[in-house]
Design a protein around this ligand. Structure first.
Ligand code: PS7
Ligand code: MN
Ligand code: MN
Ligand code: MN
Length: 331
């Protein structure tokens, strides 16, 4: 199921040590199930909201499955055979189950809150961060609790400082939202905050037009600059880890994210298709992400690629802000 549903997390989860491996695998599949309900446009809001809010109870029900997803939902099969995930969840030690249950409850409630307001979109940057907290920051906070429960990580700050764990998720989620502009807008899902895009267009969908490339790229660069502010927290968090398999699990998605940001910066293609880093680059970065020093090197390389794309003569506010964010981000 993990290999069927996960595009990027399957291998880094499978290399985790001991009982943590199963716990994180179940955590992933439970949240993927929840997200499959959130993402399904064929489920009515009235059906969706109670499911999202109740999902943390449903995962306790032996034999529960869900067959109402539309036929096009890519992870439909996971929910059709969710009884398997539930059986696996119920076999976990209680300290792991409690973390998974609490995070699933809070994420489901957060998703329901945003799905409730349907057409109202994400208005401010603060709201953008609130949404990202529910769907990704909470994952960071829950994973950190699992690491500590496993006994493989002991740093007190890791668990005490949910701000750092939250930033780990926020950075990944913002990059995902920035990169997926076209895919999301085409199905009427808007995650770019109105407070930012309204500076550059009347309507978010306008960025798709080739005549709008200049304001579109400025808006894109503005959001990338915003995402970069999380990089110092990401480094701080990674520097607190001591277990090698956990370090790689945490670092590899962050490395992919920074390379994706560097590729997307000032890139008009984001408004046409889903921009993806080259497979060869991804493989090389995965192999190279062994410790803090190598991850810092990769980040510095990717940030240099991004910096080289800044148009030097421009006095735009975002350009100035981007330079400032890069200064703070470069290790
Ligand atoms: C439990 C590994 C490591 C401290 C399913 C990993 C979807 C970016 O939305 O399919 O389909 O376009 O690419 C992952 C922090 C969460 C945040 C969130 C659970 C890192 C349900 C990843 C992943 C915290 C809500 C990418 C958050 O999905 O995107 C486990 C530390 C799931 C992490 C969603 C997004 C994940 C995401 P989409 P993807
Ligand atoms: Mn979703
Ligand atoms: Mn999704
Ligand atoms: Mn997405």
């Amino acid at each position: 199921m993990l290999e069927l549903t996960s595009r990027s997390f399957s291998s880094v989860i499978q290399q985790l040590e001991g009982s943590l491996r199963d716990a994180v695998c179940v955590f992933y599949l439970v949240l993927r199930g929840l997200d499959t309900i959130e993402d399904d446009p064929t489920l009515s809001v009235d059906r969706k909201i109670p499911l999202l809010r109740d999902f943390y109870n449903l995962i306790e029900k032996e034999g529960w499955t869900f067959t109402e997803n539309g036929p096009d939902e890519k992870d439909r099969h996971l929910l059709v055979r969710f009884d398997n995930v539930i059986a696996f969840y119920r076999s976990l030690e209680m300290h792991y189950r409690n973390v998974i249950s609490d995070i699933t409850r809070d994420m489901g409630a957060g998703m329901a809150k945003f799905c409730n307001r349907s057409m109202q979109d994400v208005n401010s940057v603060a709201e953008w961060e609130e949404y990202c907290h529910y769907v990704a920051g909470l994952v960071g906070i829950g994973l950190t609790q699992l690491f500590v429960q496993s006994g493989l990580e002991t740093a007190l700050e890791l668990n005490g400082d949910t701000r750092l764990s939250n930033s780990m998720g926020l950075f990944l989620q913002k990059v995902n939202i920035i990169r997926d502009y076209r895919e999301d807008v085409d199905v009427n899902r808007v995650f770019w905050p109105r407070e930012v895009w309204s500076l550059y267009a009347e309507s978010i969908g306008d960025f798709r037009a080739t005549q709008a490339r200049n304001p579109a790229r400025q808006c894109l660069n503005h959001l990338i600059t915003d995402a970069l502010k999380h990089v110092p927290d990401v480094f701080h968090y990674l520097s607190l880890l001591s277990n090698r398999s956990i370090f790689q699990f945490c670092a590899i998605p962050q490395v992919m994210a920074i390379a994706t940001l560097a590729l997307c910066y000032d890139n008009g293609q984001v408004f046409e298709q889903n921009v993806k880093i080259r497979k060869g680059l991804a493989v090389r970065m995965i192999i190279d992400s062994v410790d803090m020093a190598s991850v810092e090197r990769i980040f510095a390389q990717q940030l240099a690629i991004l910096a080289a794309k800044i148009i030097p003569a421009s006095a735009d506010v975002p350009v100035h802000a981007t330079k400032q964010a890069l200064q703070k981000a470069i290790p």
